[in-house]
Design a protein. Structure first.
Length: 224
């Protein structure tokens, strides 16, 4: 609507809707709603894969907009099949569905890499936060507001009045929607060598702001 580049708008949209479900959503839902809250939290982690795929498609279309239609389709398909952020969940899901066991030394190396992934992402975000930018802060505030306030309200409207889901699921949906932005959009921006300043600030602002909004939503869920 603002005639922005489709790729840049896709990064902003992903930042305004990508919840930190893996590290915060699952324990918060279990803490607030008991073990019954585990199911919606796990389902939400799979939605992240769909969001990444949709964002990748839009970003590729935005980047390849100057090319012909068949070239855009080919590049989108190639990107979906080669993007490690999309390949890893699929491979992990396929592997976990089998009875195969990893070779112990290999499993230990993978566990070390997995444990280092989040700290490395946070350090990278911290480095970008040190960079000065004129337009980034204003956009970051708007995106953070959309993530912490608008998305939970829309989620409640759909889950409650429109779909009439059970109270536990409504509470879980709102809590998961009210989570701060995770590091996924930042990693996707790094993958495409895009400007990560806005996303890094959104992660910081939404994480700090969620201390208030999440507390309110958790208090609200107790009365649902």
């Amino acid at each position: 609507m603002r005639n922005r580049d489709l790729a840049a708008a896709s990064f902003s949209g992903l930042s305004a809707s990508y919840s930190n479900t893996g590290y915060m959503g699952i324990p918060l839902c279990v803490l607030a709603l008991g073990q019954d809250g585990l199911a919606p939290a796990i389902i939400s982690t799979f939605i992240v894969f769909v969001m990444f795929a949709l964002a990748t498609i839009l970003i590729e279309i935005g980047i390849q907009s100057h090319k012909k239609s068949h070239e855009i389709v080919w590049n989108v398909l190639k990107s979906l099949c080669t993007n490690p952020l999309l390949i890893a969940p699929v491979v992990g899901l396929l592997w976990s569905s089998t009875d195969l066991v990893l070779y112990d030394p290999l499993a230990q190396v993978i566990s070390f890499l997995a444990a280092a992934a989040t700290p490395c992402a946070l350090v990278s975000i911290g480095l970008f936060l040190m960079q000065k930018g004129q337009s980034a802060p204003q956009q970051a505030w708007g995106i953070s507001f959309a993530k912490l306030v608008i998305q939970p309200l829309v989620a409640w409207l759909i889950a409650g009045p429109l779909l009439d889901l059970p109270a536990l699921w409504v509470g879980a949906v709102v809590i998961l929607a009210a989570l701060p932005t995770g590091t996924g959009p930042f990693m996707l921006a790094q993958y495409y060598n895009a400007d990560s300043r806005i996303i890094s600030r959104v992660v910081l602002l939404s994480t700090i702001g969620s201390l208030l909004t999440l507390s309110l939503f958790l208090w609200w869920s107790k009365g649902v």
